[in-house]
Structure formats: C-alpha cells, structure tokens
Design a protein around this ligand. Structure first.
Ligand SMILES: Cc1cc2nc3c(=O)[nH]c(=O)nc-3n(C[C@H](O)[C@H](O)[C@H](O)COP(=O)(O)OP(=O)(O)OC[C@H]3O[C@@H](n4cnc5c(N)ncnc54)[C@H](O)[C@@H]3O)c2cc1C
Length: 358
C-alpha cells in the first residue's frame, strides 16, 4: 500500500482533511488541477457567518470557531447589514430573525454605509457576528501542517479510474497510480462522479453556480470598514474586498460539474439589484468569476463512510459553507476514520452521516 488514506480533491475540504488524517497515518492527496483551490475554494466570498444555513450546518460552523480563533490573522471583523425596500418587508423580517440581525434606522445605517439611497431603502438591520476569513492563509496553513506530518500532496493528478481490491483501492491518475486502504471523496462538484468511478452509489449532489463581480469602491469611498451588505432573501450581496467591492447576484443555478464562469446577464441583473439601493452608479466591472456551490439533497454536508462500502468516505456537499465549517468537518472526518468518539453532539453527527440517505 502506498498510503493509509487517499484523498481525492485539493480544495479546502481535502486539504483540511489531509492535515487531520496525517495525524492518524500516511496520506496521499490527489488534485486534478495544476494548483490547489482552483475551483470553489478559490472563488468564495470568504465569510465566517456561523448563523448561515440549516441547523446542522450552523452546528458545524459554531464547532469550528475555536480553531479559527486559535489561528492569528485568519478571522477579521466584518459585520453584516441587511438592506430592503418597502415591498420586501416580509423577507426582511424573516432574515432579521433567521440571521440574528438587530433592526436599525436607515439614518443609522447611512452613517455606516453613506451610499445607501434613503429614497429606496426602507428597512435596515445590522449584525456584528460575521467575520472575514483569510482563505489563503487558512488553506496554506492546513497544507503546511499536512506536509509537515508527511502527507504527499500531488497536483496535476486527475483521477481517471478507481479499482476496488481485496485490501483497499487502486487509483490511476495523470500523475501515476496509487494504492491506499481508504478513499476520501473530497471532490466538490465531482463528488458523485468520483463515487461512480469507484462503483459506489452516488448521493445526488447538485452543483449550483454563483457569480461575482468586482467593482471600484463606490464614489471613491474607503469601503474597508463597511459591513457586508445583503438583499433580503439573499437576492444579492456586496462585500468590501481589498479596496474594491465584490457584488454577487447570489444566484443558485444548477449546473453539471465544470470550470464555472459568470453569466453576463445574471451578473448585470444582480448588479442592478445592488445599484437600486445606492446613490453611486456602477461605472465598470474590474473582474468577474463564478464558482459552484455543491449541495446534497438536504443542503447539509455529507461526512461519513458510505453505507455499503465503508472504505469509501464521503466529505462532500460543502455548499456555501466549505470554509466556515472546515475545521470541525475535517476533525469529524479524522474522528470517524480513527474510531474516536467525535466531540460533536451525536444528533449532529447523524445529521451529517451518509446513512441518512438510506
Ligand atoms: C461565489 C461563492 C461564494 C462563497 N462564499 C463562501 C463563504 O463566504 N464562506 C464559506 O464558508 N464558503 C463559501 N463558499 C463555498 C466554498 O467556497 C465551498 O463550500 C468550498 O470551497 C468547497 O470546497 P471543496 O474542497 O469541497 O471543493 P473544491 O474547492 O471545488 O475542491 C474540489 C477539488 O476536487 C478536484 N477533483 C474533482 N474531481 C477530481 C478527480 N477526478 N481527480 C482529481 N481531482 C479532482 C477538483 O479539481 C477540485 O479542485 C462560496 C462559494 C462560492 C462559489
């Protein structure tokens, strides 16, 4: 055997799992692209908002907080502002409660974000619990930790066949053939494709495209301390990003797994929803991109051994929460593989287990 654990996927899920699993045995991680984090993990909004998502996702995000706090520089204050028109009262009230915002007056909101248009914006809410994640620092930290414990991280290693053998797996990739006792599927949008290759039943993941435009700071303002702005019902958002603003239409368009790019029309419509709420027009787009947020049928991550093939471990369906959940998700992965009692609530572990899909 070349290794105890072979991980397929060099995004945040696979890299964080490599760090934790290298404490238990030998690890090989295979990434098809030439660099790590080429797909979803290189295209996120980089936010830690633990109240975002289904209860099991919130549980994992909250369980990740201590790890983030222990890494200097990974989290930095951001805050959230919910901004709604008069006809969006119901959606505003829903988000206010769901994401734990405090209502504030439009005048107070304008002191924080002076470009809000008081003729259009009718309701505003504020929350200080969301933080920026330095995703590169986080990812490189896990990669360094994994390599330091002997993990082999191989890029340019697109996996093309997976064979089950008596004692484990034989995996052929563009960088050679590797054998391992256990396979960890951290292939993001390709999680079902990897399962099919291994002869394991797919679980029905859906990659949903989400696009992003980077625009100059509106009106030349210093946006560095502005909170992230959210439209009600998450129909757009905007976030300061290194002196500029990134604006997303927040779309969820089902797509086959692929190297995603932004759709011009979707981007234009999202920018229009943002622009309606502010006094400064969008004059140009500096750059744009899109990524796939891949969800399981119940929009909760899938972490655990396959029901019929226990040597095949699922670490998939990170959706829009892959960064904010990765410390707890990777720890749970190692606990389950290592036969240790997870330090998460058993109900939460069951809500994440592949067994919930039968
Ligand atoms: C616009 C946008 C905003 C987001 N904002 C946030 C946010 O604010 N906070 C947050 O926590 N999350 C956010 N996310 C979600 C987050 O980016 C993802 O959940 C996370 O990156 C998923 O990581 P992953 O490792 O599962 O997938 P990926 O990063 O896609 O990695 C999977 C890897 O597997 C590789 N692979 C697949 N098949 C094979 C094969 N056969 N052989 C070899 N390699 C293979 C792929 O090349 C890929 O690199 C956002 C996502 C998007 C798109």
């Amino acid at each position: 055997m070349d290794a105890d654990f072979l991980i397929i996927g060099g995004g945040i899920a696979g890299i964080s799992a490599a760090a934790r699993l290298s404490e238990l045995g030998s690890v090989i991680l295979l990434e098809g692209e030439a660099t790590l984090a080429h797909h979803a993990s290189g295209r996120s909004a980089a936010l830690y908002e633990p109240h975002y998502g289904a209860p099991a996702v919130v549980g994992l995000s909250l369980a990740s907080e201590a790890h983030f706090r222990a890494l200097p520089g990974v989290l930095s204050p951001r805050g959230l502002m919910l901004v709604a028109k008069a006809d969006a009262r119901e959606a505003f009230q829903h988000d206010l409660a769901a994401m734990d915002f405090a209502p504030i007056s439009v005048a107070e909101a304008m002191k924080i974000v002076p470009v809000l248009n008081p003729d259009v914006v009718a309701f505003t809410g504020y929350a200080d619990h969301a933080e920026d994640v330095d995703t590169d620092l986080l990812l490189q930290g896990f990669a360094r930790e994994a390599r330091g414990k002997g993990a082999r991280i191989v890029t340019g290693a697109q996996v093309s066949t997976i064979l089950r053998e008596a004692t484990g797996w034989r995996v052929a990739s563009a960088a050679g053939t590797f054998t391992a006792r256990m396979l960890v599927n951290a292939a993001g949008a390709w999680a079902d494709a990897v399962a099919i290759m291994a002869g394991v039943q797919p679980l029905g993941f859906t990659p949903l495209r989400r696009s992003m435009a980077r625009i100059p700071a509106p009106g030349g303002h210093d946006v560095s301390r502005w909170p992230m702005l959210f439209g009600p019902g998450e129909d757009w958002y905007a976030k300061p990003d290194a002196g500029a603003l990134i604006v997303s239409p927040a779309e969820e368009h089902p797509m086959p797994p692929h190297d995603a790019w932004a759709d011009d029309m979707v981007l234009a419509e999202g920018l229009a929803r943002y622009e309606e709420m502010v006094t400064e027009p969008v004059t140009r787009v500096l750059s744009n991109w899109a990524g796939l947020r891949t969800f399981s049928p119940d929009r909760v991550l899938v972490i655990g051994p396959d029901v019929r093939e226990p040597a095949f471990f699922w670490l998939a369906g990170q959706g829009g929460y892959g960064f904010q959940t990765c410390p707890a998700a990777s720890r749970l992965t190692a606990d389950l593989i290592g036969g240790r009692m997870p330090d998460l609530d058993p109900g939460l572990v069951a809500a994440l287990a592949p067994a919930r899909f039968g």
